[in-house]
Design a protein around this ligand. Sequence first.
Ligand SMILES: Cc1cc2nc3c(=O)[nH]c(=O)nc-3n(C[C@H](O)[C@H](O)[C@H](O)COP(=O)(O)O)c2cc1C
Length: 328
Amino acid sequence: MNIGPYRFENAVFAAPMAGVSDAIFRRLAITYGASLAVCEMVSANAMLYESSKTRWRLKHLDDNTVRSVQIVGHDPFMMAQAARLNVDDGAQIIDINMGCPARKVCNKLAGSALLIDEPQVERILDAVVNAVNVPVTLKIRTGTNPRQRNGVRIAQIAQRCGIKAIAVHGRTRACRFKGDAEFDTIRQIKQAVALPVIANGDIDSATKAREVLDYTGADGVMIGRAGQGAPWIFEQITAYLNDKKIVGDPGVDERGQLLLSVLEQMYRLYGEYSGVRRARKHISWYTKGIKGSNEFRKNVNVVESSAQQFKMTDEFFKTQVAIARIAA
Ligand SMILES: Cc1cc2nc3c(=O)[nH]c(=O)nc-3n(C[C@H](O)[C@H](O)[C@H](O)COP(=O)(O)O)c2cc1C
């Protein structure tokens, strides 16, 4: 599938996730086969009046990948400005967030709250597309609430404005993360527009990715939560979509090595204080489901030094590897 001049052989995308899809997360996703990993959203406002959180979000490591930066906001002029600044800073794709239900964002009629105001959607898309000479993509939910699923009309507006691809999370704004994602609206959107459509929502395995692609006719899939602490899902999905090859989950040894390398990168990127705190959710994700991990998480989550956090994690996985060897 193409987004403007960029061709993606495997249309498996890593979703933007605020507080998660930082440079470290994105690099891992790409290493495991994601075609593109979108940055966490940055507010157009913050972009223009730079905050330190925004700087972290915009931090890019030396990747050999296409850099897609997501912006969120309600004012067409500011969104256009933010898009321009990001392109000047190296963004190769600008992604517009009209999918986020977070109150912090929606109070200002931004993110998915904008879906209710179709003329404003059009003004924003027009302004951003005309402001930059790189492809602009859009991420939406299926509508405002289950009685008002206007995703098809939004996609048609997007197409008219020159948006180059649209990612659709199969829930409405009102649904937040409740219930199951639905794929009927995504299928309707695919039938209604010619631009590439990327299906998103609850895709947590290679077989589910295949089913969603078959049902919706979408051009690609976008994976969010299932990639947290499990970057290998991108390899599993691409292998299955390409050759029907089943790739299993890595063993506890590989999982541990991967987590330790994430921790090291966290300390390097964010420093001692923030690195330790940000690392905690990764430790939770990577140890989820491992016997005895509840107790371990309780203990490691109160630790304040990177050296101690790293050592405890290392020891936990060494013990797990030994247990696995004895059991084998
Ligand atoms: C922690 C978290 C942060 C998110 N942040 C963003 C964001 O910054 N921009 C956005 O468009 N969507 C954001 N989302 C939504 C995801 O991109 C995705 O649409 C949603 O999680 C559904 O996909 P999934 O079921 O594969 O997780 C976020 C989701 C989560 C769980």
